[in-house]
Design a protein around this ligand. Structure first.
Ligand code: HEC
Length: 167
């Protein structure tokens, strides 16, 4: 083995080793910076995990609007239902799927109300009302009974003196 050449080869080897180490350590620095960023700011890559977590947290952080418990003219404003005996039971069982206003705009006899409840139980997933059912039916039949008063009579076509427009 010739010495001069050997030294030159050795120098070359050292130099290329040194370059390789500098080259590789730049990767280490980049990775380290990435790790620090990740630790401080979270993943920079879009992932549905943190987004979902934020979505789940959002409602909890939002202040809940206070339930509007005002009553005007005997009508509970938030549900549109008349405040009377059985109101709380009806509110608890009947306003989860639809507004109480849907109830308040209907009129029926006790049997009619029971039929509506059976229909919802058969087709809409309304639960068995058990001991609450008579309470609910009493409330409905009392407060939302068929209204005959104030309704005009059916038109008696024969008795009307029709007039011709424009005469
Ligand atoms: C499990 C869900 C659910 C519950 C609880 C519920 N309903 Fe309903 N109800 C429905 C659905 C669904 C409809 C149909 C709504 C529509 O047509 O938009 C409906 C319709 C109605 C209607 C309108 C019927 C018509 O002919 O237009 C009335 C009145 C009514 N419900 C009364 C009640 C009463 C009283 C209670 C409490 C005993 C109650 N609902 C509880 C699901 C429910």
């Amino acid at each position: 083995m010739e010495k001069p050449n050997g030294i030159q080869d050795y120098d070359k080897l050292l130099r290329s080793l040194y370059r390789a180490i500098v080259f590789l350590s730049s990767f280490v620095v980049i990775l380290a910076l990435g790790a620090i960023y990740y630790a401080l700011a979270g993943s920079p890559f879009p992932s549905d995990q943190p987004a979902a977590a934020v979505q789940n947290e959002a409602p909890a952080r939002r202040p809940r609007p206070a339930a509007d418990e005002r009553i005007e003219g005997g009508i509970h404003l938030a549900t549109g239902l008349r405040v009377a005996e059985g109101f709380e039971t009806v509110r608890a069982n009947c306003t989860g799927c639809h507004s109480g206003r849907l109830i308040a705009q209907n009129r029926a006899t006790r049997d009619g109300w029971q039929e509506m409840i059976r229909w919802m139980q058969r087709t809409q997933g309304l639960w068995q009302l058990g001991r609450n059912e008579p309470v609910i039916l009493d409330y409905l039949a009392t407060n939302y009974a068929p209204e005959e008063i104030g309704r005009r009579a059916n038109l008696d076509v024969e008795a009307i003196e029709w007039y011709i427009l424009g005469e």
